[in-house]
Design a protein around this ligand. Sequence first.
Ligand code: SF4
Length: 437
Amino acid sequence: MPPIVSDMSLENKLSILADGAKYDASCASCGSTRPNSGGPGNTASSGICHSWSADGRCISLLKLLFSNYCIYDCAYCVNRRGNDRPRTTFTPREVADLTVEFYRRNYIEGLFLSTGVIRDPDYTMEQLIATLKLLREEHRFGGYIHVKLVPGADPLLVEQAGRLADRVSVNIELPTARSLKLLAPDKGREAILGPMGQASRQIAASRAERRKNRKAPLFAPGGQSTQMIVGATPENDRTILLLSESIYRKYALRRVYYSAFIPVGRDNRLPMLVAPPLLREHRLYQADWLLRFYGFSAAELLSEEQPDFDPLLDPKANWALRHLELFPVEVNRADYEMLLRVPGIGVRSARRIVRARRTGSLGFDELKRLGIVLKRARFFLTARGRCLGEGDLAADALRRHLLAPPGPKSTGPRQLDLFAPETAAAQARQQALTGEI
Ligand code: SF4
């Protein structure tokens, strides 16, 4: 049994346990409306924690592991039992005090608290709950808290955690039960889906209750999310996206986060990667966006014949090239749902078009004045019957146009730049902000 409390300095603990948490991507903090109770912190008043690091991950939360001891040995995890590294554990009071201190100094707007499994799932969950209780009840901290639910924890503990947190998450980790059994043999699929299902039911019940009674207790008002590791196992993009679609539907998740597998040690069950598959992660985020906001289904985007995304083309352009019989669409007549399927037209542009054409017909000049970016859309649109692209192009020729790097004067986005991780992350961030694919 590992020591539960070490005598290491707080500074060293912070350095080890913040480092151990950086591999968890599931920490964006939108969507919570916990009322302020008179203490420090407020989820509603500050635009809430939307800050992103250079690699596209959220940084404005204090992102910590409670402990990096773990009784489990998941092959892909830096904190697994068999990995030789410095170990330590916070006390609940240390995490609560750190959070409030950092908040007061304006370093952070909330807390993201995950952990390794110490002793057993229930004991671990109790430590997290004790931390949240200190924050909410003693410090009266009203800021954002995202807490991990420990797979296999008692439902009563899951309930207590959800009552104290703004968002909860339990990581689904891998796309299939088979892969989970291979790489994380201590964590059964049921131990993960149990808390996910409970959280989903309690979030829905709490929302319904609060529609009737505004003082009814909250349960994770920011919803729940999960994370899936991409590239550690052989599943294709289709399997991953079908799973995401199904858990969005079944558990009403706010977000599925995709985390490119980062090799953190040698294990012959894991692939030998030279670098994390960041571009694949990016394509999955784009496709996820299409599922949630553009009306696409996973089966439309990928098929058994083409089960992986084209690394060079975004998933919507890829879909359009396979459905040229539906294009070009006339911008003055196409319904909103079809406009959303035009490569380069996002939610904001489609709304602008629908609004503007109520007062008159639109040509390409009007579209430009509306701020519609036609670089890709021009190949798939007509305006007043006129085509701005190169006429009747075959899929191969169109693909070449979509991939062509812009000329020296162009400042438009370049498909091929997506190979640069910083650019991919910047585009993902831009996409997250504008919703335009
Ligand atoms: S249970 Fe979590 S912390 Fe422990 S080895 Fe598995 S992934 Fe890592």
